[in-house]
Structure formats: C-alpha cells, structure tokens
Ligand binder design. Structure first.
Ligand SMILES: [Zn+2]
Length: 201
C-alpha cells in the first residue's frame, strides 16, 4: 500500500516507547504481529491485506479504525489493544487501476505459485518465470507475457512459440489488478470468518 509523505511522518514513533512484554511469549507475539489483517477503504471496500503489526500502527496513528478484532490482546508502548482482524481507513484512498509492481514475486502471487502450463503448485524457489513469447523471438517482460512455470515445462517449451508446441496456458495472463487482489483476499478470507461479510457480497 502506498502512503503519502505526510502520512509517513509518524513512522518509527512506536519503537521509542517499546516496553518489555510480559504476558505473551516473544515467539508468539512475533507470530501474532504477522497475522493477516484485511484493510478496508473508508467506503468499506476491501483494498488490501497487511500484517497485524502494520494494522496496529495505522490504528495508533489515527489513520484507521478496527472493525473486527481477532480476540488476542497486544501489550506494547504502555497500551493494551485488541489485535484487529479487519481495519478501515478513516480517509478515502483512491486506488490506482494497477496497484502492483511487475516483479517475480507478484507474478508468482498472481499465478498462485501454479505452473501455468501443467498446473503443478510449487514453492516459489522451485518455480521459474516463462516468457510466453520467448525473448529470443521478440517477447517482452510484461504482465501479459510472463507466467509462473515449473522447470520441466520451461525446458520442454524452450525457445518455441506456443503454437509450435502442444502446450497451452491455463489462463490468459493479465496484469495484477485490484480484481486479482480481491480474488486472493477471498481465498485467504475463507479461513477468517470475520472477513467474510466484507469480501463476499
Ligand atoms: Zn509445468
């Protein structure tokens, strides 16, 4: 999520007031702070997912308010607060049409770590990116021409165009837009019942 310079001013404020946490073991607290939190725009439209740590910072900075809590308490900076499960930004944020940068990580996320030729799901380290139209044939590095691919399919395809092979794409590669993000939010949201009413409408 992008933030304006103005909003960044208070960053780091929390660190100076950090106090030892007595009741939650360190490891568990770290885990708790990584719990995914659904971020809603001021209009209640789901726009992002962030970690609980960031959600708490947004709430403490007065930029967002908790809409749902996950039932755990967080003690830090002389305050106790419930860890949010869903937060809502207090100021409406305009979301650009395309919010994600073109990167290996985002392409794997868009393709959900699934080889776009054979459908195998693998950890990120075991996947490569395939240029649908090979670079040697004039293909560019764009959202529409890059897909997640297993090494076997990558070798099999080689420098050929799809029509020169018997291989097919599972789906047409598209830019990672808010629509894609919402799809991912829904998938993650299936495990958190408190997200449901904001995601399935
Ligand atoms: Zn494959």
């Amino acid at each position: 999520m992008h933030e304006s310079g103005k909003r960044d001013k208070g960053r780091g404020k929390l660190r100076h007031h950090g106090e030892p946490v007595h009741d939650v073991p360190k490891g568990r607290k770290a885990l708790l702070l990584q719990t995914p939190v659904l971020v809603l725009n001021a209009s209640y439209e789901p726009i992002n997912i962030c970690g609980a740590r960031r959600a708490v910072v947004l709430v403490l900075k007065g930029l967002a308010m908790p809409e749902e809590e996950n039932g755990h308490d967080l003690h830090a900076a002389r305050i106790t607060m419930r860890v949010p499960s869903v937060i809502r930004l207090l100021e409406y944020r305009r979301i650009p049409h395309q919010t994600r940068a073109l990167s290996r990580k985002n392409i794997l996320l868009r393709d959900r770590n699934t080889c776009q030729y054979c459908g195998v799901v693998l950890p990120s380290g075991e996947l490569t990116l395939d240029h649908v139209i090979p670079r040697s044939r004039g293909g560019s590095s764009t959202w529409e021409n890059l897909v997640a691919c297993c090494h076997t399919c990558n070798r099999r395809k080689g420098n050929r165009l799809l029509l020169e092979t018997d291989m097919k794409l599972l789906k047409e590669p598209r830019p990672f837009t808010l629509h894609t993000s919402r799809h991912i939010m829904r998938m993650i949201g299936r495990s958190d019942t408190k997200w449901r009413k904001y995601l399935f409408y």
